[in-house]
Design a protein around this ligand. Structure first.
Ligand code: XMP
Length: 512
């Protein structure tokens, strides 16, 4: 028996990948296809259920995206969400029209609990709405199962045919009990078992990558971060030494980072690894530079130069791989699609400069927590998978002003102590990001009988959802005391520890 799959047909809705993610969260494998998928394609997948996504169009527009009528004759359960519901309503003979009042945001929806998918909702259930059109008259065989003041048919059901439509978005967290609606559709209506997991996903992706890449060679840049490491691990399992990873040490990595990444991709996931020690090169280029923006620019530019130089030495490889994840795709306004190798007309930045026209982005459909889960499923160490975000310019932007090896060493050592203590206290997954900063300030102190004139190190720890805004995290006093004691005792040239208690805005998370 093939794997149980739920097909999501994409009508261009902003939440399509979120629907896919929710289905995966419920342990059902989901595949997203554009609405133009052919009936043959759909039959071949033989999905247990089909979900029509939302979308920006109006079904009344003759050019609007639609599906062949045969899809309703397959005997497969269908859930239409927002535009998906309107499309179902329209195609099956109901009437769709502009709503009297556009509904946007949280709306109280009255639910009929006799409907199998709405069973666990509240009688007045807050749901996320975003629509201009709505179903005004039901198609034959359907009943109304939810409504609002301005949208009398907020959900419809044809239980016999197992067709359901919801005008609201169950995939969005604001919709209370949204997950239970999806769960009932998948398990009770579609009859899914819900046994799929990230380990299966890894196996499928490995197989897909093998088929797509064949005997070709692939270049991937390791940054030390989670995403590129997971992408590399996946590719390593798929194509082994057809993969070459270039890992540049610019000298501003965290303590033990270079060694850990090198060990993982030498021992656990053997690939052709080019580990470049460019520490001196970077330090020379940054000598005497104090302006934060200039520092960042130099590091960015030199990184590309070193990377280019190394890949030139390797000769021509066939494809360039990146650990792009779904939020990056959204941020860059990128196109959707689930192809393993994409021919990019618009490859920007490094890959294009290196002459690559094809990109492999095996994580582009995953959200960050799924990437972590995949990393664990592949066997990457937790310490690598649960890394906190770390800026490309690394510790260089955590030393205020001009850089010296000595100063970088101070942040590196103090940061290692901070990380160790936070982990020991069990707070490492609670605080979104925490690190130390070498402030430009030196102050007077006493150590033993001697007067000192040494650096002040600041602790920055923040909680945040999206890093656009952040709040400082109240590290318990006792723990702060322990961290401070250890830093002044163990890190040379530090005689004072400060705590940054500023939100973002007005401060940024990093100090430079
Ligand atoms: P800021 O300082 O802008 O930081 O409030 C927000 C988040 O972004 C990270 N950050 C970077 N990440 N390259 C990166 O990959 C960079 O140049 C960079 N600068 C800041 C920062 O660590 C925080 O998580």
């Amino acid at each position: 028996m093939g794997q149980e799959t739920v097909l999501i047909l994409n009508f261009g809705g902003q939440y399509t990948q979120l629907i896919a993610r929710r289905v995966r969260q419920l342990h059902v494998y989901s595949q997203v296809l554009p609405y133009t998928a052919t009936m043959d394609q759909i039959r071949e997948i033989a999905p247990k259920g089909i979900i029509f996504s939302g979308g920006p169009s109006s079904v009344l527009d003759p050019e609007a995206p639609r599906v062949p009528m045969e899809i309703f004759e397959l005997g497969i359960p269908i859930l239409g969400i927002c535009y998906g519901m309107q499309l179902m309503g329209h195609l099956l003979g109901g009437r769709v029209a502009p709503a009297e009042k556009r509904e946007y945001g949280l709306v109280q929806v009255r639910m009929n609990h006799l409907c199998p998918i709405l069973r666990d909702t509240e009688a007045n259930n807050p749901c996320w709405m975003s629509h201009t059109y709505q179903v005004m008259e039901l198609p034959e065989g359907f009943g109304t199962v939810a409504g609002t003041d301005t949208c009398p048919i907020a959900a419809m059901a044809n239980e016999e045919k197992k067709f359901y439509g919801v005008q609201f978005h169950p995939e969005v967290t604001h919709t209370q009990h949204g997950m239970s609606i999806l769960e009932h559709f998948l398990m009770d209506v579609c009859g899914c078992a819900g046994t799929w997991n990230m380990g299966d996903y890894a196996q499928q992706q490995i197989q897909l990558l093998r088929e797509a890449i064949g005997k070709d060679t692939v270049l991937l840049g390791l940054s030390g971060g989670v995403d590129s490491a997971v992408a590399a691990a996946l590719l390593a399992k798929a194509i082994g030494d057809q993969l070459t990873c270039v890992f540049v040490d610019h000298g501003f990595l965290r303590k033990g980072e270079f060694e850990q990444v090198r060990a993982v991709f030498t021992d656990t996931f053997p690939v052709k690894l080019v580990a470049v020690d460019a520490r001196q090169h970077f330090m020379e280029k940054l000598a005497g530079v104090t302006d934060p923006e200039t520092k960042r620019k130099i590091i960015g530019r030199e990184f590309v130069e070193v990377f280019k130089e190394e890949s030139r030495k390797l000769g021509k490889l066939d494809h360039f791989a990146q650990g792009t994840i779904y939020p990056d795709v959204i941020e860059s306004g990128g196109a959707q699609g689930a192809h393993v190798i994409k021919s990019h007309h618009n490859v920007g930045g490094l890959p294009a400069e290196l002459g690559f026209t094809t990109l492999i982005e095996p994580l582009r459909m995953l959200f960050k927590d799924e990437v972590r889960e995949l990393g664990i499923a592949l066997g990457l160490p937790e310490s690598l998978v649960w890394r906190q975000p770390f800026p490309g310019p690394g510790l260089a932007i955590r030393v205020m002003g001009d850089l010296t090896e000595e100063k970088v060493q101070i942040v590196r050592e103090s940061d290692a102590i901070l990380r160790e203590e936070i982990a020991k206290a069990g707070l490492d997954r609670e605080i979104a990001q925490y690190f130390t900063v070498l402030t430009g300030v030196r102050s007077v102190g006493v150590m033993g009988d001697e007067r000192t004139y040494d650096y002040a190190v600041a602790i920055r720890a923040v909680t945040t959802d999206d890093f656009m805004t952040a709040d400082w995290y109240p590290i318990p006093y006792e723990l702060l005391g322990q961290i401070s004691r250890r830093i002044v005792n163990e890190v040379k040239q530090v005689n004072r520890v400060l705590l940054d208690v500023t939100t973002k805005p007005p401060a940024s998370v990093e100090w430079e």
